[in-house]
Design a protein around this ligand. Structure first.
Ligand SMILES: C[S@@+](CC[C@H](N)C(=O)[O-])C[C@H]1O[C@@H](n2cnc3c(N)ncnc32)[C@H](O)[C@@H]1O
Length: 285
């Protein structure tokens, strides 16, 4: 297997296993945490009423719902995701939206030529491709000439205390995760605009624009410090750092995470800042 095939296989397993199931079970919580993204991303992408839009890595469908209401009954939204549990949740919640369709599969190799979309949108769903140039080249085939792609991805971890604070608290008890390789997929793999520009241009898009967006994430989703700490150990790199650790180490890490998050606790949640790129590009041809 090539490194790209190995990355793809790992991602398919990750999003169909324990991680995808956590997102699907906690759809409401995840939607509340990521809600500050929706307005800015939709305003940036500006879907037109009546247009055809693709939501890549749509997960449990939060942005698919928002896009479906923006394009209205004369438009249509196609959500694509590799995760069966997450897409199952999206299908369930969008049952009554007749202008939405879902495709289960890898956005890198599904046949998308018939979609005839004016716009591709993604909220944190395009950083997980083993071979991103191949994946974006395939996504480009979903677009009509003049079509655009607009997505959100994270800026570097040090600019994202919502993740860095609990992760570093966990590192008091467990070894640091190995630094990801420069082409390895992951939530922070699109933090460098130069890399993203290289990928988009090679995939047949024009010069992209990058707009920084700073948001506040309530990682307790309106709940308590305990909710925030428990959630922090369940997702992303912090989960990976603690995986397969003995129970007593996990308990110590949870205690450190609680302590580290305490200064951010307020009566209405536990709020830390997040740093995002809003990236936009048009089809080059
Ligand atoms: C961080 S989640 C974001 C989900 C959703 N966009 C949201 O904001 O709630 C990343 C999503 O990308 C999906 N994904 C990862 N690799 C994919 C691929 N190759 N093709 C399609 N979807 C993929 C995952 O299954 C997951 O739903």
């Amino acid at each position: 297997m090539t490194p790209a095939q190995t990355y793809n296989e790992d991602q398919r397993t990750f999003w169909n296993g324990i991680n995808g199931e956590y997102w699907a079970r906690n759809q409401d919580r995840m939607d509340r945490i990521l809600a500050p993204m929706n307005g800015p991303l939709l305003d940036f992408a500006a879907p037109a009423a009546g247009s055809a839009v693709v939501d890549v890595g749509c997960g449990c469908g939060a942005t698919t719902v928002a896009l479906a209401s923006r394009v209205g009954p004369a438009g249509r939204v196609t959500g694509i995701d590799i995760s069966e549990p997450m897409l199952g949740r999206a299908r369930e919640r969008l049952r009554e939206h007749s202008n939405t369709t879902f495709l289960l599969g890898d956005a890198a190799d599904l046949s998308l030529k018939n979609l005839g979309a004016e716009l591709i949108v993604s909220r944190f769903g395009v950083m997980f491709f083993g071979d991103p140039v191949a994946a974006f080249s395939n996504l480009r085939t979903a677009l009509v000439p003049g079509g655009r792609i607009h997505f959100a991805c994270w800026r570097p971890i040090p600019e994202n205390p919502w993740l860095q604070v609990p992760l570093h608290a966990a590192y008091e008890h467990v070894p640091r995760l190995p630094k990801p390789g420069p082409e390895e997929p992951g939530p922070f793999s699109f933090a460098d605009p130069e890399r993203v520009t290289r990928i988009l241009i090679a995939a047949g898009f024009g010069m992209p624009t990058f707009r920084p967006l700073d948001i506040e994430l309530d990682i307790a989703a309106g709940g308590t410090l305990e909710d925030a700490a428990i959630h922090a150990v369940e997702i992303g790199p912090t989960r990976r750092a603690l995986a397969e650790q003995p129970e007593e180490i996990q308990a110590l890490a949870l205690e450190s995470i609680r302590r580290a998050l305490a200064p951010y606790a307020a009566p209405d949640g536990v709020k830390l800042s997040g740093a995002v790129w809003l990236v936009g590009a048009g089809r080059a041809d």
